[in-house]
Design a protein around this ligand. Structure first.
Ligand code: ITT
Length: 186
C-alpha cells in the first residue's frame, strides 16, 4: 500500500518524508488545495480535509493540520495559524507579545488518515515551549524562528536541522504514531 500526503506546505513534506523514511515508509505527495473549514478543533478540520482528499483521490490518503497556541493570547492563532502567518507573520506575533512575561506556547499537530471505507484515524502530537524575544535561525518554515521547544537546548526550531526538530516536535510525535499504526496494519 502507498499513502498519499495531501498538503500545499513543502516544509511539512520534508519533515514527514524524512521521518517516515526511518520507518521504511515512502509516500506520494499531492498538492491540491483542500477546503479548510472554520473550527476551533484541529481534529475536526483535519477530518473534513481528509474526507475531501479521499473523495477526490480515491486512494489511501492523509492530511495534517497544525497550529501554534499562545497561552497569553488565549490560544491564538491556533487553528487560524496559516492565515495569521500569511497576514501578520511571525513579526506580527512578536509585536503582539511585546513586553509580555508569560511567553508559554505550544504547537499541536493532528494527522487524519483514511485507507478505505468509512474510518478516519487521527494521530496527534503536542510540543510545549515558548515564544522567543526575537527571531533566530533560518531552517524550517512558518513560526519556527520564534518557537523555543522546552525539550530542546534553548535553540528555536529554525536553528535545528530536520532530524533535531522531528525528534521533539508536535509533527514528529503525530507522524511516529501514524508510522507505528501503519506497521501494525502491514
Ligand atoms: P496545508 O493545510 O496545505 O497542509 P498549511 O501551511 O496551510 O498547509 P496548516 O493549515 O496546518 O498548513 O497551517 C498551519 C500553519 O501553522 C502553517 O502555515 C505554519 O505557518 C504554522 N505551523 C504549523 N506547523 C509548524 C511548524 O512545525 N513550524 C512552524 N510553523 C508551523
Amino acid at each position: 500500500m502507498r499513502l498519499t500526503f495531501v498538503t500545499t506546505n513543502m516544509g511539512k513534506v520534508d519533515e514527514v518524508r524524512s521521518l517516515l523514511k526511518t520507518f521504511g515508509i515512502e509516500i506520494d505527495v499531492c498538492t491540491i488545495k483542500l477546503t479548510e473549514i472554520q473550527s476551533d478543533s484541529l481534529e475536526e478540520i483535519a477530518t473534513r480535509s481528509c474526507e475531501e482528499a479521499y473523495e477526490i483521490l480515491r486512494r489511501p490518503v492523509f492530511v495534517e493540520d497544525a497550529g501554534l497556541f499562545i497561552e497569553r493570547l488565549n490560544g491564538f492563532p491556533g487553528p487560524y495559524s496559516s492565515y495569521v502567518y500569511r497576514t501578520i507573520g511571525f513579526s506580527g506575533i512578536l509585536r503582539l507579545m511585546e513586553g509580555e512575561e508569560n511567553r508559554a506556547a505550544h504547537f499541536k499537530s493532528c494527522i487524519a488518515c483514511k485507507i478505505s471505507g468509512d474510518i478516519i484515524n487521527l494521530f496527534s502530537g503536542i510540543c510545549v515551549g515558548r515564544i522567543s524575544n526575537e527571531p533566530r535561525g533560518s531552517s524550517g518554515f512558518g513560526f519556527d524562528p520564534i518557537f523555543i521547544p522546552e525539550e530542546g537546548d534553548g535553540r528555536t526550531f529554525a536553528e535545528m536541522n530536520i532530524e533535531e526538530k522531528n525528534a521533539i516536535s508536535h509533527r514528529g510525535k503525530s507522524v511516529r504514531l501514524l508510522a507505528e499504526w501503519l506497521k501494525l496494519m502491514r
